[in-house]
Design a binder for this molecule. Structure first.
Ligand code: GLN
Length: 280
């Protein structure tokens, strides 16, 4: 094997490795780009450069691991979300593109620059709350997570990305004392029974409690609907990501607790239920 390949040669090696070991070419390319936060064009620009030796060694290890089911984002320790790179570890869910749609919905609803109290519950890497704070520096944003290790990653991301937010640890609304205008959450919503159908990279490597919930995936919505009155301001709003068949069930849970609320379910590009907004 070449001791110091160009990025092009390294990629050629990786393509044949993934072909022989059941991996994906996209992962091989992503693992080459991500350490530098290069997009596809930037990679083209650098293809003929020589890869530093340590990077080449790490790349080979990462390509081998990705073929055994490791998520590439955990191998390089970061993932893109809404145009920025967030540190991720095995303690945080890897941010998904669809979660960006929830952020977009919320931002479109608040085009002005009025100060707001905002809370991102189950923040994980902090991707949602930090993105909101960077879009609206005048908002007071709180991030919270049940996992102290996830909260540590969220704090790190906030610092790295220059977002001044407060981070707390606890179960759902328990650590919160304020009155919030906006609550956003991407809760665990996958039914326990669906565990076996998930991709191995998700099942083996992403945090279980970030993904799965009892009661057919509805337990966290139910608990939130019961608790949330304590921390929401009178005209507060809730933005939630949901599973593709959960729109009606989540609507009923919130309408049950807040009969006067206006509940809107939105679909993703594939036409599946993907998010819910509750306006008190
Ligand atoms: N808020 C994070 C995200 O949306 C983590 C969510 C979670 O852990 N369920 O990606």
């Amino acid at each position: 094997m070449i001791s110091q390949p160009t990025y092009f040669e390294a990629q050629q090696w990786a393509f044949s490795y993934v072909a022989a070991h059941g991996g994906y070419r996209e992962d091989a390319t992503w693992l080459l780009r991500a350490p530098h936060e290069w997009d596809a064009t930037a990679l083209l620009v650098h293809l003929q450069e020589t890869m530093p030796v340590t990077e080449w060694h790490q790349y080979q290890v990462n390509v081998q691991r990705v073929c055994t089911g490791w998520p590439p984002q955990q191998l390089v320790g970061k993932a893109p979300f809404f145009g920025r790179w967030f540190t991720v570890t095995e303690d945080t869910l890897i941010p998904r593109v669809e979660t960006g749609d929830l952020v977009e919905w919320l931002l479109a609803d608040y085009p002005g620059s009025a100060p707001k109290q905002v809370v991102d519950i189950g923040t994980g890497s902090g991707n949602i709350g930090i993105t909101l704070k960077l879009a609206h520096p005048e908002w007071q944003v709180t991030l919270t997570d049940i996992s102290p290790r996830a909260a540590r990653v969220a704090r790190l991301n906030a610092r790295q990305l220059g977002a001044v937010v407060s981070v707390t640890v606890g179960d759902l609304t328990a650590p919160l004392t304020g009155q919030y205008d906006v609550l956003v959450m991407n809760p665990p919503y996958i039914a326990m029974t669906e565990q076996s159908q998930m991709d191995i990279s998700v099942r083996k490597h992403e945090p279980v409690r970030a993904l799965f919930a009892p009661e057919n995936g509805l337990a966290v919505y139910r608990q939130l609907a019961k608790e949330v009155f304590r921390i929401l301001s009178p005209h507060g709003r809730i933005y939630l990501e949901i599973g593709w068949h959960q729109g009606e069930a989540v609507r009923q849970l919130f309408e049950g607790q807040f009969p006067a609320a206006q509940v809107t379910v939105r679909q993703d590009e594939a036409g599946h239920d993907r998010m819910v907004r509750v306006c008190l």
